[in-house]
Design a binder for this molecule. Structure first.
Ligand code: AMP
Length: 360
């Protein structure tokens, strides 16, 4: 695998906050960043050397972008397959198509996880509204319908309880191919954030405990900031599972696996993200080398950095109007503030995050 030199260019597909934090990490290492995003001046472009503003299906723009970059990575997984083929023919894509294809489709992802021997919530594929009633019954009558593709932060999902109208749920997700899964009575949600280098070496961060509001991540906590203490064997099990997933995909870069912890301390994989993840933002303030640093190192073909944690941490997302309280957070001596430079504080939009730390 070829390695980058300082001064080389990393291309990032997607210009949101994850791309922005990747770009800031790349800048630390003297690398240039070129953002590809259909929007004008997205958060990542503000801190990057260059932006191509074009649609993800613009073949001419994709080819020019590929030729201008030494390696291409991405901050979200819903990039069309044909576009990935164009890029992969002309440039090095890290992580490559296998990681994206598997995580773009919930059904493919669940089957892949089961093939690896990992447990997921009981589920059934749904292709028509007529499929739902029987599956809902078989799955325990408390279920969630999720579109196979393009769902995130609770979007493209509908909850079903008891005898609810299956057709209404089907309509609410846009009548798209879906999976119906049992609503898991979990005692905690955790995630494993790991990084894998091209030579197969991998490293794991400590396991955060995550809470959600309206399907959107609210907090991620490690150490003294969480009441649920992840038992050491469970943490190891989650980290090992995430590394097995990355190995099976030949993944290069950061990968995140989200899990439900059941009452009996069994782990069920909720979903995987073949990238840096919101539940890993605390690493920016609590680790020597954070998830963005390590992603850049991995895709650059460089040695991985330490994933050790020097502080306990509580990351809280600033959603919508929460951002307006930034000056209050700035006054706290144990809090770091991260704002993404988004102009419009729409409801449900991730505007920034704060991390409270306590040195260990
Ligand atoms: P997702 O977009 O699939 O990650 O779902 C967002 C959030 O909804 C998860 O982090 C959970 O809090 C909740 N959720 C999703 N699927 C389930 C499930 N099968 N059982 C219980 N809660 C779920």
């Amino acid at each position: 695998m070829t390695s980058l030199q300082p001064g080389d260019t990393i291309g990032i597909l997607g210009g949101g906050q994850l791309g922005r934090m990747m770009a800031l990490a790349a800048a630390r290492y003297g690398l240039h960043v070129h953002i590809y995003d259909p929007e004008g001046a997205p958060p990542a472009a503000e801190v990057s050397a260059q932006q191509t503003r074009a649609s993800y299906t613009d073949e001419t723009a994709l080819k020019a972008f590929a030729r201008a970059c030494d390696v291409i990575t991405y901050e979200f997984e819903n990039i069309p397959r044909e576009s990935l083929d164009i890029l992969q023919n002309l440039a090095t894509l890290r992580p490559d198509i296998a990681s994206l294809e598997t995580s773009q489709d919930r059904l493919i992802e669940k089957r892949f996880l089961e093939d690896l021997g990992l447990a997921v919530a009981p589920y059934a594929p749904v292709d028509r509204s007529d499929d739902i009633a029987a599956a809902h019954e078989a799955l325990g009558r408390e279920t969630i319908l999720k579109t196979r593709r393009l769902g995130y932060d609770g979007k493209g999902q509908a909850s079903l309880k008891g005898d609810e109208d299956c057709f209404a749920a089907w309509r609410s997700i846009g009548e798209k191919s879906a999976v119906l899964e049992t609503r898991v009575p979990f005692i905690a949600e955790i995630s494993a954030i790991i990084v894998r280098a091209g030579n197969g070496t991998a490293a794991s961060y400590d396991i955060p405990v995550n809470t959600h509001k309206s399907g959107i991540l609210d907090t991620s906590a490690v150490g003294c900031f969480t009441d649920f203490k992840v038992p050491a064997d469970l943490a190891r099990q989650a980290q090992t599972a995430a590394i097995r997933i990355a190995d099976a995909l030949g993944h290069v870069g950061v990968l995140t696996a989200e899990f439900f912890v059941t009452e009996t301390h069994a782990l069920l994989v909720n979903e995987i993200a073949p990238r840096v993840h919101n539940s890993g933002h605390w690493t920016m303030d609590a680790c020597l080398c954070d998830q963005f640093d390590n992603h850049v190192r991995a895709i650059a073909g460089w040695p991985l950095g330490s994933t050790d944690r020097h502080s306990d941490a509580l990351m809280t997302n600033l959603i919508g109007e929460d951002e307006n309280r930034y000056d209050q957070f700035l006054s706290a001596s144990d809090v770091q503030v991260h704002l993404y430079g988004k102009t419009e504080a729409r409801k449900g939009r991730k505007m920034g995050h704060i991390t409270q730390i306590a040195p260990r």
